[in-house]
Design a protein around this ligand. Structure first.
Ligand SMILES: [Cu+2]
Length: 156
């Protein structure tokens, strides 16, 4: 995105401040009380670091360990467009496996193959994702995978 685009995105963020509902939906049953985690997303912050899964970064926490049942939401903190999109496998492939379908929201659970937040414009919050199965789940940004914009969620 050029400077013009960045400024426009920043203006949209300013206009929308306060108009985006951020909180995940409250649990409807007391037996389903679960904690929630918001993963922050920023190309300008949270630099890449090396993990056993490959480089992760630009998400915070980029390596999240959560209890099963935790509700996860992503928040775009900057003025760039991002996605958080499922990446299959145990390690990050060198070349981005994320296709254009990532720009449309899909899936409801982190353990679901092919889930994606869809396009998150500046300041946007994603839909809430469940963590109903244990495991290690990789994801990345459609736009910035090559820049190391990737993360891992470990559900215990
Ligand atoms: Cu991105």
């Amino acid at each position: 995105m050029g400077m013009k685009g960045f400024v426009r995105a920043a203006v949209i963020v300013a206009l929308c401040a306060g108009c985006t509902p951020g909180a995940p939906a409250a649990p409807t049953s007391s037996s389903q009380l679960a904690s929630a985690l918001t993963i922050e997303t920023s190309l300008l912050n949270y630099p890449s670091m090396s993990t056993q899964f490959g480089m992760v970064g630009h998400f915070s926490p980029a390596l999240a360990v959560v209890a099963r049942g935790t509700i996860i939401q992503f928040h775009n903190q900057d003025g760039f467009n991002h996605t958080a999109t499922s990446v299959a496998g145990a390690v990050f492939p060198a070349k981005s496996p994320i296709g254009f379908s990532a720009l449309t929201q899909s899936g409801k659970g982190i353990a679901q193959a092919g889930w994606s937040t869809g396009l998150l414009t500046g300041g946007a919050f994603s839909t809430s994702f469940t963590t109903s199965a244990t495991g290690t789940f990789l994801y990345g940004c459609f736009y910035h995978y090559p820049e190391g914009m990737r993360g891992v969620i470990i559900v215990q």
